[in-house]
Design a protein around this ligand. Structure first.
Ligand SMILES: NC(=O)C1=CN([C@@H]2O[C@H](COP(=O)(O)OP(=O)(O)OC[C@H]3O[C@@H](n4cnc5c(N)ncnc54)[C@H](OP(=O)(O)O)[C@@H]3O)[C@@H](O)[C@H]2O)C=CC1
Ligand SMILES: C[C@H](CCC(=O)O)[C@H]1CC[C@H]2[C@@H]3C(=O)C[C@@H]4C[C@H](O)CC[C@]4(C)[C@H]3CC[C@]12C
Length: 293
């Protein structure tokens, strides 16, 4: 009996723990049904694909980017796909008033918010740093400060709904390669800010999750246009990437690596042998094709 207890109880514990964690990890599209979601950078690329997935899941959508004509088309498609509702506000994230305007719209139309997906980025070239400090300042404003402003304006509603913030970042925000100095800086900043904020929310017992998405090379038009002449790798599909981001956010995961194996391997090798890793990456680039501005 004693031996049975020694084996049976821990085994039962293991089975229960496995069941509990795997149930917690099961994503169902219904999780997003009727949820009120803001997606930034939703006129193209990964943001556009996230809007379509969320529409199929019957979420309420508020989309934003600069180009009104593109947003109109994305909203139309979202309604065809089954969105509970879909609207947009166009504008540039350089403008300090846009975050407030977006969150006011969410409050007035929905009376709350469940998920904030921060995804937009300003234009930056894949090239040697030219010394243009003004570009760095502007990119920081668009890729970083506006994320902070949006999250700040959204927090009261997210606290109320026990909602989620999803921050789309990059492997370039963990490991800096060449030709992305200003962009990398903005992504490193995001990780610092949101990792600190996450801990403050835990200390204050605020049930708002923060999911940081560490993405590798994805086949969006802008990324392929920027790097395909230098980087010979095959990019991962934006549709699957978009779905994985939504899944990680809905499951309130701390972080997402996508594509998982490539990003995981890069982070592991870099942590063991950073100089070797960096020289392998540099060696794989077609440096002769890098355009100097
Ligand atoms: N594609 C990739 O290989 C990788 C992407 N990522 C990350 O994924 C996210 C999406 O990237 P991706 O889909 O490739 O990018 P895209 O260039 O396809 O989309 C960027 C979006 O941001 C909007 N945008 C651009 N400038 C501004 C601005 N000043 N104010 C507001 N919105 C703006 C664009 O619309 P508009 O021009 O109409 O404003 C567009 O909707 C980014 O956070 C990026 O860092 C991370 C790693 C790899
Ligand atoms: C190629 C890099 C990964 C290392 C490898 O050798 O496979 C890519 C991983 C992340 C990419 C960048 C990114 O985060 C998005 C940017 C979007 C911009 O519009 C231009 C391109 C990016 C700088 C893009 C370039 C390739 C990566 C560094």
């Amino acid at each position: 009996m004693g031996r049975l207890q020694k084996i049976l109880i821990p085994s039962l514990g293991l089975v229960l723990a496995f069941w509990f964690y795997s149930a917690r990890d099961t994503f169902k599209p219904e999780m997003l049904r009727g949820k009120r979601v803001i997606v930034t950078g939703a006129s193209s690329g990964i943001g556009e694909q996230m809007a379509y997935h969320l529409a199929r899941m019957e979420a309420h959508l508020l989309l934003t980017a600069r180009t009104e004509a593109k947003l109109q088309k994305v909203v139309e498609r979202c309604l065809e796909l089954g969105a509970a509702s879909a609207r947009y506000i166009s504008g540039s994230m350089d403008s300090p008033s846009l975050p407030q305007q977006l969150l006011r719209e969410a409050e007035n139309t929905w009376g709350g918010l469940d998920m904030l997906i921060l995804n937009h980025i300003g234009q930056s070239s894949f090239t040697y740093f030219s010394g243009d400090v003004e570009h760095v300042r502007k990119l920081m404003e668009t890729n970083f400060v506006s994320y902070v402003a949006l999250a700040t304006a959204a927090l009261p509603m997210l606290k109320e709904s026990e909602g989620s913030i999803v921050v789309v970042s990059s492997i370039a925000g963990r490991i800096a390669g060449p030709f992305t100095a200003p962009y990398s800086a903005t992504k490193f900043a995001l990780e610092g800010f949101f990792s600190s904020l996450r801990q403050e929310l835990i200390i204050d017992k605020v049930n708002v999750s923060i999911t940081l998405c560490i993405l590798g090379y994805i086949n969006t038009e802008s990324a392929v246009r920027a790097v395909s002449h230098v980087i010979p790798d095959t990019p991962a599909p934006k549709e699957e990437c978009a779905l994985e981001i939504i899944r990680a956010g809905a499951l309130r995961h701390r972080q997402l690596h996508y594509p998982a194996r490539a990003v995981g391997t890069m982070l592991l090798i870099h942590s063991i042998a950073p100089e070797l890793f960096e020289s392998i990456v540099r060696g794989s680039y077609r440096l002769e094709n890098v355009r100097r501005t």
